[in-house]
Design a protein around this ligand. Structure first.
Ligand SMILES: Nc1ncnc2c1ncn2[C@@H]1O[C@H](COP(=O)(O)OP(=O)(O)OP(=O)(O)O)[C@@H](O)[C@H]1O
Length: 294
C-alpha cells in the first residue's frame, strides 16, 4: 500500500526522537474516530464494547471505540506507546476504578450484562476476568498460598483436599507443576522471572476465570521464558478468552487469532492476525507493522 497521507509521510522522515510528538502535532486524528476498518464485530460476543471513551481528567485517552471479543478467542492489542492499549484492557475488569481521575463512558457488556452497572460485584467480575501484569507480582507467600489465595477468598474449596486439587490443577494449567511440586511451601518470590509469571498465571486461573487479560506478560522475560508463556497462551485458549497487550508484533502474530491496532486512542483496524501482518487494510497499520513509527 503506497497511499500514505503526505503530512504523515513528512513527519515520519524526521529524526527518531522527534517522530512521535510531530506525528501527534501534524496528524489530524479526528477522522479516525469510529472508523475502525476490518472485522471488529463477531456474531456471539463474550464482550460487546460500544462507543467506549476513557478520560483521565480532561485527557480523552480512548476515543469512541467499538469492538466485540469472542469466546475462547485470543486477541492482541498492538500500537505505539501511549495509544491506549492498557487503558482499554483495564476497562474490561474495571481495573481503572482505582484511578481517581479516570472515567469510563460507553456500553461495555460481558455475556450481555453491563460491566459498569453500579450494582455489579467488582470482586466477582475480577474473578471472572482475571489479569496478569507486565511485571510478575507474586505475593510474598509460599507458592501454594499464592495459588490458594483466590480460591480461599471466593470460598471455592470446603476441604483442604479440594484446595490441594485446585492448586495442583492450576499449576499444571500454567505449566509449572513439575518444577515446583516438591517445594510448594517455599516462597513464590524465590522463583525465576519466567516461573513467577507462570505462578501469576496459575493464580489467575485458580479461580476459574472465563477471561484472562494479559498486559505485556512477557516484557520482563527472556526468550526461553517468553516461548514458554506463548505456548501456554495457546493451551489456555482452549478454555479461556485471552486478551493480550503486546509490543512484540512477532508475539501477536504467533499467539493471536485477531489483532487490533490502536492509534492515538482510536481503534484503527481489527482483522485476522495473518491479514494484519501480511495485507493490512489501513495505512496506519501498515506504517506501524513496517516499523515506520511506533
Ligand atoms: N493513571 C493514569 N493517569 C493519567 N493518565 C494516564 C494514566 N494511565 C495512562 N494515562 C494516559 O493515557 C494514555 C494512554 O496510556 P496507556 O498506558 O493506556 O497506553 P499504552 O498504549 O498501553 O502505552 P504503552 O504501550 O506505553 O504501555 C496516555 O496518554 C497516558 O499518558
Amino acid at each position: 500500500m503506497n497511499t500514505m497521507n503526505p503530512s504523515l509521510t513528512n513527519t515520519l522522515e524526521t529524526p527518531e526522537e522527534e517522530q512521535v510528538p510531530q506525528a501527534e502535532a501534524t496528524f489530524d486524528d479526528s477522522k479516525l474516530e469510529g472508523k475502525t476498518v476490518g472485522s471488529p464485530f463477531v456474531s456471539d460476543p463474550k464482550f460487546s464494547l460500544r462507543n467506549v471513551e476513557v478520560f483521565y481528567g480532561q485527557n480523552r485517552a480512548i476515543k469512541g471505540i467499538s469492538l466485540d471479543i469472542a469466546k475462547n478467542e485470543v486477541i492482541s492489542f498492538i500500537g505505539p506507546s501511549g495509544c491506549g492499549k492498557s487503558t482499554f484492557l483495564r476497562c474490561l475488569n474495571r481495573m481503572n476504578d482505582s484511578i481517581d481521575i479516570c472515567r469510563v463512558k460507553g456500553e461495555l457488556t460481558l455475556d450481555g450484562n453491563d460491566i459498569y452497572d453500579p450494582k455489579r460485584d467488582v470482586v466477582e467480575l475480577r474473578a471472572r476476568v482475571g489479569m496478569v501484569f507486565q511485571k510478575p507480582n507474586p505475593f510474598p507467600k509460599s507458592i501454594y498460598d499464592n495459588v490458594a489465595y483466590g480460591p480461599r477468598i471466593h470460598g471455592l474449596a470446603n476441604r483442604k483436599s479440594d484446595l490441594d486439587d485446585i492448586v495442583e490443577k492450576s499449576l499444571r494449567g500454567a505449566g509449572l507443576w513439575n518444577e515446583v511440586k516438591d517445594r510448594l511451601d517455599t516462597t513464590g518470590t524465590g522463583l525465576s522471572g519466567g516461573q513467577q509469571q507462570r505462578l501469576c498465571i496459575a493464580r489467575a486461573i485458580a479461580v476459574s476465570p472465563e477471561v484472562v487479560l494479559m498486559d505485556e506478560p512477557c516484557s520482563a522475560l527472556d526468550p526461553i521464558a517468553t516461548a514458554r508463556i506463548e505456548e501456554l497462551i495457546s493451551e489456555l485458549s482452549e478454555s479461556y478468552t485471552i486478551i493480550i497487550v503486546t509490543h512484540s508484533m512477532q508475539q501477536a502474530a504467533r499467539v493471536s487469532h485477531r489483532t487490533a491496532y490502536f492509534h492515538l486512542g482510536h481503534l484503527v483496524e481489527v482483522n485476522e492476525t495473518n491479514k494484519v501482518f501480511t495485507s493490512p487494510e489501513h495505512e496506519l497499520t501498515e506504517s506501524y507493522i513496517t516499523g515506520r513509527f511506533g
